[in-house]
Design a protein around this ligand. Structure first.
Ligand code: DLL
Length: 431
């Protein structure tokens, strides 16, 4: 049986792949130079022969550049060519927005279909998409990919667990797309609230991504549900999910090199790392029209696994799962949050000290965020500590969209730092 969606592209010889990348890079530079941001950086277009050297002399593009480019500085086509906008899940200030032409949507859907097909999703499958639809790319992105394959799609979106279960039971869902933390919660809910064994649902495959998760966590989910978990990687700046996916041989995540030029660099020296070493993933789009990005620093830390042939037969480069981030961006329940957003809210309360800590935990009932602060003296405005806590919690929810727990501590209880403090303690990967 054919195991490939697009065998020719997925198994291209390395030299052919490189030649293809070079020709796409030239086109990408041409398109990018039409955007107001890159018109400053790309003054001439190199030939295919020296495009790689040319590329490597260009400065990196950062998340901050994209944020500062809001709303239109990165748009490389006339506005009337745009058919859709997505955004990263941040809530503060300018979000990073991403534009798509009709062709971009087509290419993206095809790439997602390739990922799904690779892990065994077929036309006969009932595919329940439990990621949120809307600005977030996880909903519509996977939806269009699954539709290409011809799956029976249930676009249930995130949340409303009781209804999710009913849909799964009544329509015989076989594949789910879900964040790891929600999958854990779903198992807890099934067992404890409904008294249903998760493995009785007959699910076959779970596509899991959009936030950090460990190998142990994936295996644990497999044991509980009796399905196979595949790690799905992507980011809105690169178009969304589908950028890379774990293959059935489980030899890491293949990044689709006909769509992205891949570099893995030491975040300090900015030099490429060797095979087997950890570094930051840097990506250049090769086929995007509305918003090409050149040497985009993803902030995601991976081990570079190289281009040795994979038992699955695909030739595209492999990286490990995401180990962490180079910046202090928190990805919590699929929402991107900057510690500075939390800090801003906390500092607007004179009762709260300057020191704070954000602890992320993974528990059976789902992921938990605890914001720990030192409380100095309580103002007359608040009748008690618990009222103050509630007000802080509400303000935080408004700013970051999720409700953290707030813990009050005696002044001097939290560690102090000279220079950059370690504010975020992420214990989710320990599960
Ligand atoms: O999370 C796109 C996506 C949707 C990926 C659905 C997978 C499934 P953003 O909101 O822009 O886009 O967040 C991107 O999330 O830079 C990583 O830090 C993190 N991330 C995404 N996938 C994984 C994963 C979507 N499989 C940021 N493992 C990325 C760990 C991930 N972290």
């Amino acid at each position: 049986m054919n195991r490939y969606w697009d065998k020719e592209k997925e198994t291209l010889e390395r030299e052919e792949l490189l030649e293809y990348q070079k020709s796409q890079l030239v086109k990408t530079l041409e398109i990018a130079s039409l955007s107001s941001f890159y018109s400053q950086r790309i003054k001439k277009i190199p030939s295919q022969n020296n495009v790689i050297t040319f590329l490597k002399d260009l400065p990196f593009t950062t998340k901050q550049d994209v944020r500062d480019g809001y709303p239109f500085k990165f748009l490389a086509v006339p506005k009337e060519e745009v058919v859709r906008l997505h955004s990263s899940s941040g809530t503060s200030g300018n979000p990073t927005v991403v534009f798509y032409t009709a062709e971009d949507i087509e290419e993206w859907s095809d790439m997602v279909a390739r990922c799904l097909y690779m892990v065994g999703v077929r036309k006969e499958d009932v595919f329940q998409n439990m990621m949120s639809y809307g600005l977030f790319t996880g909903g519509l992105g996977l939806h269009y990919g699954a539709e290409k394959i011809g799956c029976f799609i249930i676009p249930s979106g995130a949340g409303n667990t009781r209804r999710q279960v009913k849909l799964m039971q009544d329509f015989g869902t076989t594949v789910i797309h879900i964040t790891p933390s929600y999958a854990l919660y779903l198992a807890h809910y099934l067992e404890n609230e409904l008294g249903i064994s998760p493995s009785s649902l007959n699910l076959k495959i779970a596509l899991v991504g959009a936030e950090p998760h460990s190998e142990t966590m994936d295996r644990k989910l497999e044991e509980i549900f009796g399905f196979k978990v595949f790690n799905s990687y992507g980011l809105s700046e690169m178009g969304g999910p589908g950028v890379g996916f774990e293959c059935p041989a489980r030899k890491g995540i293949h990044i689709w090199e006909d769509h992205y030029f891949v570099e893995v660099i030491d975040p300090e020296t900015e030099q490429p790392v060797k095979e087997g070493e950890e570094g930051e993933l840097v990506l250049t789009t090769l086929r995007r029209e509305a918003m090409p990005l050149i040497r985009f620093r993803t902030g995601d830390l991976v081990t570079f696994l190289g281009t040795e042939p994979c038992p699955c037969g695909r030739t595209h480069v492999r990286v490990s799962r995401i180990h962490g981030r180079t910046d202090d961006l928190i990805i919590f329940k699929g929402v991107n949050i900057l510690p500075s957003q939390i800090e801003r809210v906390l500092m607007s309360f004179p009762e709260v000290g300057k020191n704070y800590q954000i602890v992320l935990e993974r528990e059976e009932e789902g992921d938990k965020m605890v914001v720990r602060v030192e409380v100095e003296k309580i103002d007359d405005r608040y009748s008690s500590l618990s009222t103050l806590k509630e007000v802080i919690q509400k303000k935080l929810k408004e700013e970051i969209l999720v409700t953290p727990e707030v813990e009050f501590l005696q002044p001097g209880s939290l560690p102090t730092f000279e220079g950059k403090g370690k504010r975020v303690i992420d214990r989710r990967k320990e599960v």
